[in-house]
Structure formats: structure tokens, C-alpha cells
Design a protein around this ligand. Structure first.
Ligand code: GTP
Ligand code: MG
Length: 242
């Protein structure tokens, strides 16, 4: 596709029901194509809500969200969603081989491409150790995977899909810090040129993001690189202490 991945939230306010609480207020954020953006903030701050609007699971009450200068409402859902890959905390594994699980959205992928995606997701080593390797059938009568293994399979699936925009909403919560850090390291080379959103509570692993955005009380509290935000000594610096 010819999507660049330039994303803009302009004066967005949003809540879940019209009489209810405002979740995001006066939310303004512009992301250049190809950036790795980390979204940080306390639980309930509105991180997942913000991401949900990108996929149009919900629309803003006011303001607009645009992709490459086009209001998302003026795109078809199909074209919008075919350019965005979303990985959530709860990964889904289909009762089929691990190779087919990874290639689920790309049935024509070669074994080589599948392995490359699995390596980027830190899944290749554990898959290779299984007697049937990539041909191992997952669940329902087959091998049962740990939570962290499932997360890495679903990350490999997302990496292989190779869309202009990749959103990772705490997809590595079951992984140890070192594995998570390795995945994020390979992400910058594997998904070069893609706009990537990473939501993670583990700040040590997102410190190399091009841009870190902290959300507090429904608004952007601050944004910048790790070094800048630590020096500012405000929300991010406070979160980083713990
Ligand atoms: P964590 O994932 O816990 O780190 O939080 P988050 O920053 O992703 O917050 P999220 O966007 O999920 O929630 C923001 C606010 O919206 C919270 O007050 C939630 O209770 C509320 N909220 C989230 N999802 C829904 C929903 O589906 N319906 C309603 N009514 N409220 C919701
Ligand atoms: Mg969330």
C-alpha cells in the first residue's frame, strides 16, 4: 500500500458513553511516519482508549484523528484496518501448526520469512527445541504453550504482517525483561520505516523509543526522548523511579 503512517490526533475528546466521564480531553499528538512511539502512563490513563480510536473501535466525541492527512472517518474500515496491525496482551493461538499460526494473515509467506519473523519475536529458539519444530500443532490435543510463548507467536504473526502501522498494547507482559528488551531491539531493524506504537509498563524496555509520550488525567503530560524526560523530572521521571 502507499500509506505513509503519519498520524495526527487533533483536539480530540473522548469518553465511552455520552453522559459519562471524559477519558481523553483536548488530546493533541502528531506522529511522523516510521517513528517508534512509546505511550506511557498509569493504569486507567487512557492508553488503550487512544489506540482504539486509531482502529475506529471508537470515534472521538470532538476533534479528529487522521492518517496521512485524511480523517479516519473518510477511509473505509477495510482500508484502514488493512494498514494497521494490533497486538494485545491476550494472544490468540489457533489449533494449527506454529508455522501456520505465524503465517495466519500471510498464508503465502515462505518458511524463511516465517523464521525471520519468529527470530525477531524471540520465538525461534523455543520453537526449534520442539521435536516437530515449526510443524508442531498448538493446543487442542497438541502442545500447550506458556503465556510467554503464546505472546511471542502472536508477535511473530504481527511482525510478518508488515503493515505500515503496528500497535503493541502490552503484548510482552508475560515475558521477562531481557526477552522483552531483545524483541524491542530487533523491532527497530525488522520493522524499519513503520510507525510503531508501544504501550508497556516496563519503562526500561521503551527507553530507546524515538518519542515517549506520557498520558495523565486524559491529557498528554509530556513528550520527548528518554533523556529529555528524565532530565525534566516530571511524570515520566517519577514513573521511571519505580
Ligand atoms: P491500563 O491498560 O490499565 O494501563 O490502562 P489504560 O491507560 O489502557 O486505560 P484505558 O484506556 O483502558 O481506560 C481509560 C478509562 O476508560 C478508564 O477509566 C477505564 O475504566 C475506562 N474504560 C476503558 N474501557 C472502557 C469500556 O469499554 N467502557 C467504559 N465504559 N469505560 C472504559
Ligand atoms: Mg490498556
Amino acid at each position: 500500500t502507499d500509506v505513509q503512517g503519519h498520524i495526527k490526533f487533533k483536539d480530540v475528546s473522548f469518553g465511552y458513553n455520552n453522559n459519562g466521564l471524559v477519558v481523553l480531553e483536548n488530546f493533541n499528538l502528531e506522529i511522523d511516519p516510521g517513528q517508534i512511539v512509546a505511550i506511557v502512563g498509569p493504569t486507567g490513563a487512557g492508553k488503550t482508549s487512544m489506540i482504539s480510536m486509531l482502529l475506529r473501535f471508537y470515534d472521538p466525541w470532538q476533534g479528529e484523528v487522521s492518517l496521512d492527512g485524511v480523517n479516519l472517518k473518510d477511509l473505509t474500515l477495510e482500508s484502514l484496518r488493512s494498514n494497521i496491525t494490533l497486538v494485545l496482551q491476550d494472544s490468540f493461538i489457533f489449533p494449527m501448526s506454529l508455522a501456520d499460526n505465524i503465517a495466519f494473515a500471510n498464508p503465502n509467506a515462505s518458511r524463511e520469512e516465517i523464521i525471520k519473523a519468529a527470530k525477531a519475536a524471540q520465538a525461534h529458539d523455543f520453537i526449534s527445541r520442539l521435536p516437530e519444530g515449526y510443524d508442531t500443532i498448538a493446543s487442542e490435543g497438541g502442545v500447550s504453550l506458556s503465556g510467554g510463548e503464546k505472546q511471542r507467536i502472536s508477535l511473530a504473526r504481527a511482525f510478518l504482517r508488515n503493515t505500515s502501522i503496528l500497535i503493541l498494547d502490552e503484548p510482552t507482559s508475560a515475558l521477562d525483561a531481557q526477552t522483552e528488551a531483545r524483541i524491542f531491539q530487533s523491532l527497530s531493524s525488522y520493522s524499519k520505516g513503520r510507525t510503531i506504537f508501544i504501550i508497556s509498563h516496563r519503562l526500561s524496555t521503551i527507553r530507546h523509543a524515538d518519542l515517549i509520550v506520557t498520558i495523565k488525567d486524559g491529557m498528554i503530560a509530556e513528550k520527548g526522548t528518554h533523556e529529555v524526560l528524565v532530565n525534566e523530572g516530571k511524570v515520566y521521571a517519577e514513573l521511571y523511579k519505580y
